[in-house]
Design a protein around this ligand. Structure first.
Ligand code: ARG
Length: 465
């Protein structure tokens, strides 16, 4: 038997391979809720425009509700012979309510249907991701408040650079997550227009009300061009771009956790909840979750690349190639969601080794800049000269195997006679971080007030819902 949805001019069944390459139900079944919501909005609009009768619309609505609950309960049989979610739903509807089901597809096509469903789906993803990122930020802010004054080494080139506070480091990721959320919101604004009623590509001759269906589905407005409505997937690309950047942020943080938990570094410890053991080396505590966050980034970026490649050669309007838009995107979004939740868990779980952090913060002459700044401030030395003098003092200390604050004052004065005892006050890691009070700097006082401001902002957001 040929396909009962479109098989009028066909007399044979499709080849098995044809069916295999053509079906999308395994993937687009995840759009069932959106598909049903869009069909309900469409049917209600058709009735209020007098295109179908009120009683047909009522039966269609009831039937669709039944299908929704059947799928929810796992009582629905998805049939591969029916290709996709749209035809699976419609076919079941006709079993449930008879011929009236056939009126639902008036003035629409699977092309505008799938574009509508997927926009609704991606919109939900954006909202879920936003909530996950807000929870991630909250975890960071809580820990930053706790560690506003905990000194750790700051690195550039992964070499000890200047002391910073652990709270400051954590707040850096709060800022990144805020921009990620902004990017998702930007994508949401642009994607929130309704393709429904664009029909196959040209619009329809029925007197539909696209504004009504757009409103019913929570879209801001209908899309203005029917060709564009059915043929672009830029909303997926844009959301995947935001997701890719966000995943890269997660991955960088995950990489830091891998480094920090290495016994060579030992700055933080993860509990048993976020580590795994080795089957052969009993002493091991592996940061697998962080490693997998790092790796899952590949899936997200891969999904973006994959869809860019699918789209790049397609003429307008709908092409079947576009059916390949969903699987990678769904997997990419799921990978990001897991990565964000895993990072949130690790942020809450990690315990810094404060003594070790403090010690490491002072290694590698991390307060050398403070010494140079002191020479500039107190002796009015030009910075370049101060840099040079400090370099000589550091070399002297290194030669004698001492830290800067351990070097006898006389040794410093042998290099720069105008140096006084007063300099000793700036050489500790605590005084170094305390002095970094410029806006955005690492001083514990700054960090505490930034963390508090973020806590307030997040709370306000939660209240606004
Ligand atoms: N399963 C299809 C997709 O995901 C639905 C649209 C099919 N349209 C068509 N003209 N064959 O793209």
């Amino acid at each position: 038997m040929s396909n009962k949805m479109w098989g009028g001019r066909f007399s044979e069944r499709p080849d098995e391979i044809m069916e295999e390459i053509n079906v999308s139900i395994d993937v687009d079944r995840h759009l069932f809720a959106q598909d049903i919501a869009a069909s309900k909005a469409h049917a209600a609009m058709l009735a209020s425009q007098g295109i179908i009768t009120a009683s047909d619309a009522k039966n269609i609505g009831k039937g669709l509700d039944t299908i929704l609950s059947e799928i929810g309960k796992g009582d629905f049989e998805f049939k591969r012979a029916l290709e996709d979610i749209h035809m699976n739903v419609e076919s079941r509807l006709s079993e449930l309510i008879g011929p009236a089901a056939g009126r639902l597809h008036t003035a629409r096509s699977r092309n505008d249907q799938v574009a509508t469903d997927f926009r609704l789906y991606v919109r939900d993803i954006v909202d879920e991701t936003d909530a996950a990122l807000a929870a991630f930020q909250q975890a960071l802010v809580d820990r930053a408040l706790e560690h506003a004054g905990t000194v750790m080494p700051g690195f550039t080139h992964l070499q000890t650079a200047q002391p910073v506070t652990f709270g400051h480091h954590l707040l850096a990721y709060v800022e990144m997550a805020a921009r990620d959320r902004g990017r998702f919101q930007d994508a949401r604004k642009r994607l929130n227009e309704s393709p429904l009623g664009a029909a196959a590509l040209a619009g329809t001759s029925f007197p539909i009300d696209r504004h009504a269906t757009a409103k019913a589905l929570g879209f801001d407005r209908p899309m203005a061009n029917s060709l564009d409505a059915v043929s672009d997937r830029d909303f997926v690309l844009e959301t995947l771009s935001a997701a890719s950047i966000c995943a890269v942020h997660m991955s960088r943080f995950a990489e830091e956790i891998v480094i920090w938990t290495s016994p060579l570094v030992g700055m933080i410890r993860l509990s048993d909840k976020f580590t795994t053991g080795s089957s052969i080396m009993p002493q091991k505590r592996n940061p697998d979750a962080a490693e997998l966050v790092r790796a899952k980034t590949g899936r997200v970026i891969g999904a973006l690349n994959g869809l860019l490649i699918v789209m790049k050669g397609l003429p307008l309007a709908y092409q079947k190639d576009m059916q390949e838009d969903k699987q990678g995107a769904m997997e990419g979004f799921a990978a990001l969601s897991l990565a964000i939740r895993a990072m949130t868990g690790m942020v809450r779980d990690l315990v810094p080794d404060e003594a070790r952090m403090r010690l490491a913060a002072g290694e590698g002459y991390a307060t050398a800049t403070d010494l140079a700044d002191w020479l500039v401030r107190t002796l009015k030395m030009p910075f370049r000269e101060a840099h040079h003098v400090t370099g000589r003092i550091v070399a002297k200390a290194a030669e004698s195997g001492m830290a800067l604050h351990e070097l006898p004052l006389a040794e410093m004065q042998a290099i720069e006679p105008k140096i006084t005892r007063d300099v000793l006050g700036v050489l500790s890691v605590e005084s170094s971080v305390k002095s970094r009070t410029s806006f955005g700097g690492t001083a514990p006082k700054n960090v505490a007030s930034q963390a508090k401001a973020w806590a307030k902002r997040l709370e306000k957001e939660r209240k606004l819902g």
